[in-house]
Design a protein around this ligand. Structure first.
Ligand SMILES: C[S@@+](CC[C@H](N)C(=O)[O-])C[C@H]1O[C@@H](n2cnc3c(N)ncnc32)[C@H](O)[C@@H]1O
Length: 226
């Protein structure tokens, strides 16, 4: 029997806090990604999004007229995405690195989704799977945590944010040069005005992103400058 090593991140409470308070990254990425996807939209191509979360980037893509299959590992995130982007082509579970990636004209992913995989081999395997799932003339747009990320965040003090009905506190830890660990505590207001607490530990694997173009070149994916 195969044992799946990828832990489940983003249970219900953190998924909701992400949706309510962490849309800024998808909002900032959307204009650049939409520009890259102009040729895909012109030919009515299909976009597959990996780690769509609650559908924050998906909303931008679908609003721009793109056909999108939004995928994620977390059932809680997928439930939010189905509500937030009911007009996506599909919202379905794809847990990397083991689940197959649907074939597409473009594959996009923001919010360092692959950095959640258990090791660099799983990240490389998923990048190659994405390259192979791309149809000819396709576009791959993906962000990953670089090794430098740990260096810049190494001494960060714990941080906190609050909204009307939620709060989040995050502690940072760099146990190895290629690991970035966050201990995340969320508080959400219940209907009876009491509060509930949940905790997650996010263990991200950092890679040398400059190696990625060399990894993908034999699989037919070239950066614009190659
Ligand atoms: C930081 S969130 C980003 C979500 C969304 N892309 C955004 O920008 O709002 C990372 C996402 O990666 C997903 N994820 C983590 N591990 C995954 C895996 N093994 N396969 C697919 N998705 C995964 C999480 O469930 C979560 O939705």
């Amino acid at each position: 029997m195969e044992i799946r090593r990828t832990p489940l991140y983003y249970k219900e409470d953190l998924a909701l806090v992400h949706h309510l308070g962490f849309g800024f990254h998808a909002d900032l990425c959307a204009p650049g990604i939409l520009t890259l996807l102009d040729p895909i939209r012109e030919r009515d191509g299909l976009v597959v999004e990996l780690g769509c979360g609650s559908g924050l980037l998906t909303r931008h893509l679908v609003d721009a007229g793109l056909r999108v299959i939004a995928t994620d590992a977390s059932p809680a995130m997928l439930a939010l995405a189905r509500e937030h982007v009911p007009d996506a082509e599909d919202v379905r579970q794809v847990a990397l690195p083991d689940d197959p990636i649907p074939s597409a004209d473009a594959i996009v992913s923001v919010g360092h989704v692959l950095s959640y995989l258990p090791d660099s081999q799983s990240i490389e395997r998923s990048l190659i799977a994405a390259a192979k799932a791309l149809r000819p003339g396709g576009v791959l747009a993906i962000d990953l945590c670089d090794l430098e990320w740990a260096e810049t965040r190494r001494n960060d003090p714990p941080s906190g944010r609050i909204g009307d009905d939620w709060a989040i506190i995050t502690e940072y830890n760099v146990p190895a040069p290629d690991r970035f660990v966050r201990n995340i505590t969320t508080f959400l207001r219940n209907k009876d005005d009491t509060w509930r607490r949940d905790d997650e530990q996010h263990d991200n694997v950092l890679v040398e992103v400059l190696r990625v173009p060399h990894l993908l070149k034999p699989h037919g994916v070239f950066t614009k400058s190659q």
